[in-house]
Design a protein around this ligand. Structure first.
Ligand SMILES: Nc1ncnc2c1ncn2[C@@H]1O[C@H](COP(=O)(O)OP(=O)(O)OP(=O)(O)O)[C@@H](O)[C@H]1O
Length: 614
């Protein structure tokens, strides 16, 4: 009953799923997960029938085996039609039963696993689709690891339930009921004796097993900690070496390993004790029943038993024990499955972003000129409602203008542009695009007209081609090359032996910072948005790379409304208007020439700090 998982040689590190107390309510809620099996109900029903057949043949086995023993004891079975079953015939019957059971079991597994695989695929797809459409604040309150475990561990629990747990539950209950019925038919007296002793022992064994499982969990946790050390230090190996902390880390790992071993050894001692308890307890119980049974076999009175009957009895007793123990374990599984399914259903019930709002302008594709108007915009992050990040921001941009946002770190510049993308709901005021509040546009359509070149470009792990085409997934090769040329990226792409098919590595690490930026610019050029958001990198590139990126940006900004979170003087100079942000407000605005001459202004001071000193 205790699962393995006590050793330290690489065990399943999946987080231990939370269990829910079984209540009628949680049961009903959890059962809603069954709606995912509805499309496969035909297969499910066939599986259930096959399960019923295989359980019946399994249960018939001890009965017939008992008859074989009786036949060996010169007491062949006479059937109603005058047919007498001798040893050979009974053995043949037994063989047929086993073959049938094998076939039924195969069918049962085949159908149930199909149901569980398809169901689980549908649940995963549903969850992922949900994740893609949840609003940004959801991801700020839930950690990636947690979200990940919903789609892996929790779903795996459900998979287990559909492929194994349900079938087991059915089988164990049927076995228990049938076995008790069968032994009652053999001998009520012996049955009562058995039922008074055996289930008690099995119950004790089960409880003991449960405690052992808690210990094995401690071992797993300790082992997980050692693995965290490995993962962390390998990821930051440069830092470890730069601080010459190799020895320190080895010691830390060793210490952690020893703790894991200690936990494992303690667990294994209990496991050893458990095994001897099982042997002595369970087999002792069987001996008790055997002893009583043997007494009845040797007695001549009304309680007399045939040897074959005793054999059947003992096997059914084994079945009773196994199903009592099995049901105990299944109870735990049902609990954690219900917990998992509740967590999954909770996510599926989360409200998604209102992406497809009713269109104001009818069916024609949305056209955006690019006028932007912020009116008294106020904002607090939903995760930090006490802090007013933006207070009364008002400005407007005519289509095609370039404005630069400057200001100290944490002033609220990125927040201003994120609100344009509607990653968050405003706390006050409104934002208009082409004279209409952004909340009235179809979100997907509107975002389709806004391009972003972020400060740190995170590429996806595929090829350069795939990464550029992310701006327009159906782009032709010609369009991709064209965009790469405009973004000053074609030169380096061409120099790679594999050209556009060059793999960029995880998050794009195989490209230099400047190259990554140019890929991001090419992506934005391909998207061809009416409104562009540029978040300039703070880290400076070398002057050659800088020039290439700058040219690419200039190309990209042509004929678009651009908002630039600017860190470079050259960019700022070219801006039609500069907004100086501080503490969530616009404290100055105007052109570079005007602002730079306002000696006491924040802008002039920032200029001194940022540019003249460097
Ligand atoms: N997702 C978030 N949740 C809660 N608070 C946030 C979040 N993002 C930013 N903030 C807070 O909002 C404030 C403004 O941040 P923002 O990123 O807009 O500043 P910024 O002017 O762009 O700074 P920088 O130039 O350093 O990027 C900061 O105090 C920051 O801590």
């Amino acid at each position: 009953m205790a699962r393995s998982g006590m050793n330290t040689s690489g065990i399943d590190l999946a987080p231990v799923p939370e269990k829910k107390k079984l209540s009628k309510e949680s049961f009903q809620r959890g059962l809603r997960i069954f709606r995912f099996t509805l499309p496969y109900r035909g297969k499910f029903i066939i599986g259930l029938l096959l399960l019923a057949f295989s359980t019946s043949t399994f249960l018939a086995f001890p009965w017939v085996a008992g008859k074989l023993v009786d036949a060996a004891n010169h007491k062949p079975v006479s059937l109603p039609g005058g047919l007498v079953l001798d040893i050979d015939r009974i053995a043949l019957l037994l063989f047929c039963i086993i073959v049938l059971q094998g076939l039924f079991s195969f069918g049962r597994i085949w159908f149930f696993t199909q149901v569980s695989e398809f169901t689980v695929r549908d649940i995963r797809r549903g969850l992922y689709q949900k994740f893609m459409h949840l609003p940004i604040p959801y991801f700020e309150t839930h950690r990636v690891g947690e979200i990940n475990s919903r789609i892996t561990t929790d779903v795996a629990q459900i998979q287990d339930a559909f492929s194994l747990t349900l079938a087991e539950l059915f089988r164990q209950v049927a076995t228990l009921l049938f076995s008790i019925g069968a032994i009652m038919m053999v001998s009520i007296k012996l049955s009562l004796f058995m039922l008074a002793t055996f289930p008690l022992i099995v119950g004790l064994v089960f409880l003991f097993g449960r405690n052992i499982r808690a210990l094995s969990r401690t071992t797993q946790d300790e082992l997980a900690k050692t693995n965290i050390i490995v993962a962390e230090t390998l990821q930051a190996i440069n830092t470890v070496k730069a601080f010459t902390n190799e020895g320190f880390e080895v010691d830390r790992y060793n210490f952690s390993l020893n703790r894991a071993v200690k936990a494992a050894l303690r667990g294994n001692m209990y496991r050893g004790a458990f095994v001897s308890f099982v042997i002595i307890g369970l087999l002792g119980g069987i001996i008790l029943v055997l002893w009583r049974g043997a007494t009845l076999v040797s007695s001549a009175g009304p309680d007399h038993l045939e040897i074959g009957q005793l054999v059947s009895f003992i096997i059914y007793t084994g079945f009773v024990g196994a199903s009592v123990g099995g049901l105990g374990e299944l109870y735990g599984k049902v609990q954690s499955t219900l917990g998992a399914s509740e967590r999954i259903l909770e996510i599926l019930d989360e409200p998604t972003e209102p992406t497809h709002r009713p269109r104001v302008a009818g069916r024609a594709p949305l056209e955006i000129r690019g006028d932007i108007d912020y009116q008294n915009v106020a904002f607090r992050y939903p995760t930090r409602p006490d802090m007013a990040v933006l207070k009364d921001i008002s400005f407007d941009i005519q289509a095609g203008e370039k404005i630069a946002l400057v200001g100290p770190s944490g002033a609220g510049k990125s927040t201003i542009v994120q609100l344009l993308m509607q990653f968050y709901e405003l706390s006050g005021g409104k934002i208009l695009i082409d004279g209409r509040p952004i909340s009235q546009y179809d979100l997907t359509e509107l975002r389709g007209h806004i391009g972003i070149v972020p400060q740190e470009t995170l590429l996806f792990g595929g090829s350069i081609r795939e990464n550029i085409a992310y701006g327009k997934t159906n782009a032709t090769d010609e369009e991709i090359v064209q965009a790469a040329r405009k973004a000053n990226a074609w030169q380096f792409i061409e120099s790679f032996p594999e050209g556009l098919d060059t793999l960029v590595g995880e998050r794009g690490i195989k490209l230099s910072g400047g190259q990554r930026q140019r890929v991001a610019i090419a992506r934005a050029i391909l998207k061809n948005p009416a409104i562009l958001i540029l978040d300039e990198a703070t880290s400076s590139l070398d002057s050659e790379s800088e020039k290439l990126v700058q040219q690419a940006m200039d190309e990209l900004m042509q004929n678009r409304t651009s908002i630039i979170i600017a860190h470079r003087l050259s960019t700022i100079r070219k801006a039609d208007k500069i907004l100086v942000i501080d503490g969530g407000r616009i404290v100055e605005q105007g052109t570079h020439e005007v602002l730079a001459h306002n000696e006491n202004g924040l802008y002039a001071n920032l200029l001194k700090l940022q540019f003249e000193l460097s």
